[in-house]
Design a protein around this ligand. Sequence first.
Ligand SMILES: Nc1ncnc2c1ncn2[C@@H]1O[C@H](COP(=O)(O)OP(=O)(O)OP(=O)(O)O)[C@@H](O)[C@H]1O
Length: 614
Amino acid sequence: MASLRDARRENDDGLDLWSQIAAPDNGLPQMAVTYRRRVEKKNAEIPISRIEKDRWPNRLSLAPNKRISWNRSLSTRGRTSIIISSGVDYDHQPRQKEAKRKQKRAPLNKTTVHPPNFEKERAYFQEVDSLELLEESPSPKHLGTWVMGIQSSEVVLPHLPSRLEKWLISKKFNYSCGPSGSLAKILETPIMPMESICSDVSNSTRPKEQVSPDISSDFPSISNNVIEGHTCSQTHMEGLSTCDDNCEDIGQGLKNLSLISESETLDGDHKVSFATLLTICGQLAPSTLLDVFSQYCDPNSIIKIGEGTYGEAFKVGATVCKIVPIDGDFRVNGEVQKVSAELLEEVLLCQTLNRLRRHDGHVSNASTAFIETLNLKVCQGVYDASLIRAWEDWDEEHGSENDHPGKFPEKQCYVVFVLEHGGKDLESFVLLNFDEARSLLVQVAAALAVAEAAYEFEHRDLHWGNILLTRKDDETVEFTLEGRRMSARTFGLSISIIDFTLSRMNNGEAVLFLDLSSDPLLFEGPKGDQQAETYRKMKEVTQECWEGSFPKTNVLWLQYLVDILLLKKSYQRSSKDERDLRLLKRRLTSYCSAREALDDAFFRDLLIEHKSDK
Ligand SMILES: Nc1ncnc2c1ncn2[C@@H]1O[C@H](COP(=O)(O)OP(=O)(O)OP(=O)(O)O)[C@@H](O)[C@H]1O
């Protein structure tokens, strides 16, 4: 994710904004607090959480561990840690490619820089945080969702990232799993252009022509991806789509799926997850990375544009392709690889958020602020030479913190997210003025409010690496909130929210969430670090009931963003603007959701409500 922050990239602020904001009369030297990926102990042994060990008792660590930090273990990248930049001196950081990076780094700010003054920041936070957080509603341990039906003291469910996986397991155990065909409905989320599906199917094996009448032929539902003539895939799909009709042993069906059977390292549950991933991606078997990428451009033109703890992002034609290695039994970039079930959840989140982009008809909630997922593919094999070249070019210029991708074996699997290009992340984007800053806030608040209303959505990881920005000519951006058509003023700025790994949503069929309790390091970040503090505040608010709905977490991230705009970003602004931001942060404390926050006076002249069409 975005925040994997080019460690080498200098904070565009370069100066201690705190001294400008909170201590105008000080004679303090200026400092730069730079967020970057954690690298301090990258060669240390990364603790695999007990749960992960339980899940993957035989995991081996073949690669040297390059990262460790308070935010490791789950799929939590983009986590950053504060480092002190003295003229931005990273030399105390034991990084493997430091020498190269130092040579390449742009000229540094010559201002004398001193360590951050945490006392002052603390005083600032005490002032703006002086109001107590409101009590959250009781923890919804007993949500009326279908998943509760599968809980049984007799069945020990392994740790799994979502209710989706529990559903899959419940199916195997022949338990009732709630509303009819719930997973099937989730999987019906349209996403893939037909041609991309067809491209994976050989001439002799054609997709069944089953276009749902209510869905555009450009976007066939997943049910269209049933492949005639392939018994095992059909068995699998039937298993998924007839939850209440019968509970045939889909595991047995999957055994017949030759591709999956070959993968001896995957246990039964993983076979199910992997097969489901393939199905969602409209594939019978994994593609190669080259096959997928060449659908979008000449491979020689591929450019790497970013990296996350797990993902490598490449500009591929007009799109961005993020490659996430999965299911391997060795660490990548110092992290245990994600497993299919985790990716399934992320994929479902992406697909569901895609639905918010529909402005047609009389939708109640719509927003284009969540990055569009254009396609999803499961791939297998080594990195293609063009990708390695792109990776090395980026490494040469920026110094990658990731492992060289040349070490992936032939059997390595990946999920490729084909995404809309969202621009630059907030960390590296240079904001020009206060209008842009407040537009950023209103656009994020509106997007969260819309997704809250539609899906009880909480992002839960909205750090400055996960907000992408670009400049466009449009003066406003439209959204629909609870049936009200509205526009937000952009001042030429357009935002996209990415990375839904930690996100939580309830789409009416399932609650998708990640149990952050299994990642205690997430909450052990440095004191005074806004991002780390936000995870801790989320923990307080949710009381670790991560499946529950706590839209307050969205407000916490809005407060974090206000802090970032005050403390970490430089742009043209007056002291009144800063005061307005501080007051906004204070008032946010009393809101329980982004929906409530959007009604704040700060946003009033940034929002336009359209008259009803009726
Ligand atoms: N759609 C996109 N448009 C433009 N840039 C993107 C896009 N998606 C990702 N990137 C770039 O790639 C970087 C890594 O992407 P992303 O944060 O999604 O990876 P990740 O592995 O999920 O990260 P994390 O470490 O949070 O898990 C981002 O910081 C951003 O710079």
